[in-house]
Design a protein around this ligand. Structure first.
Ligand code: AMP
Ligand code: ZN
Length: 112
């Protein structure tokens, strides 16, 4: 999709530090890390947010989580947090579905 930052990363119009790629999923280091390991995992297909996940594309959500699991093992993370921000009120700033994989430090609960 035009004017979508993460579509531009998929199309290599913007550089990224990739950690994982397959036909449907791409993962790269977050440009503004909130933890020692902070990776963004996206579907290559433009989907606006988790609000657009339904029966037609739910397999992609599983693939994103499977990629997170593989990356976490590769980085030898003891534990990690997966975050999907959905819509502006929840902190979403890039409106192309993505999962944050955060690790390398302790996280509090409940989140802020
Ligand atoms: P969110 O706030 O959930 O929409 O997350 C968007 C994330 O994308 C933020 O953590 C940003 O730091 C990250 N981000 C923005 N631009 C880039 C970029 N060019 N490369 C990597 N990560 C980015
Ligand atoms: Zn996009």
């Amino acid at each position: 999709m035009e004017d979508c930052l993460f579509c531009k990363i998929v199309n290599k119009e913007i550089p990224s530090d990739n950690l994982y790629e397959d036909e449907e999923v791409l993962a790269f280091r977050d440009i503004s890390p909130q933890a020692p390991s902070h990776i963004v995992i996206i579907p290559k297909q433009h989907i606006r947010s988790t609000a657009e996940i339904d029966g037609s594309n739910q397999l992609l959500a599983g693939k994103i989580i499977a990629a997170a699991s593989e990356i976490a093992k590769k980085l030898s993370l003891e534990g990690y947090r997966l975050v999907f921000n959905c819509n502006e009120i929840a902190g979403q700033t890039v409106f192309h579905l993505h999962c944050h994989l955060l690790g390398g430090r302790r996280f509090g609960w409940p989140p802020g």
